[in-house]
Write a protein that binds this ligand. Sequence first.
Ligand code: GRF
Length: 190
Amino acid sequence: MKQIAVFASGTGTNAENIIKYFNNNAKARVVLVLTNNPSSGVITKARALSVNTIVFNKIQLQDREGVLKTLVDISIDLIVLAGFLLKLPSIIINSFNFKIINIHPSLLPKYGGKGMFGNNVHKAVIANREKESGITIHYVDEQYDNGEVIFQVNCKIEPEDSVNELAKKIHQIEMEHFPKIIEKLVINGT
Ligand code: GRF
């Protein structure tokens, strides 16, 4: 059984969706949810689905004996960032080379980088009157939203679409595609 760890900082709807998807999978499972945010919705969502959760601080994230040791000790095969807002330190990135992926709610390299998360992304996309947006799933390196792209899918933006309407469209394609891409990577190898 392959073991997946999910990092999240916010509402946790992607994390919840991924946990549920793998609850019915014989080959892989989400075994741990990690967050830097003690009031993140992901904690209650994961607990309700009987997944262990860990809240950590920035020092524990940087410490070889902290978050990294936990991930290594339970033999995590794939780390999934699902709305995780901190940068992972190089000690974790180097120990899980091509085994860490992130989802970003735009068609990278457009609308990526520091500060580009959640509605900030959608606001910029709408302000620029883009005709399409989408999601990008990519490997994680030491820069924000920069690693090799694994998968992208787009959605159309109508001229009258608001930021919230775009957010809904993006959310829908995240729910549909993210677990399937994770499944491919974790089962067939990254
Ligand atoms: C998603 O839009 C994801 O693409 C981005 O952060 C958001 C997380 O939402 N990286 P949630 O916490 O999974 O509800």
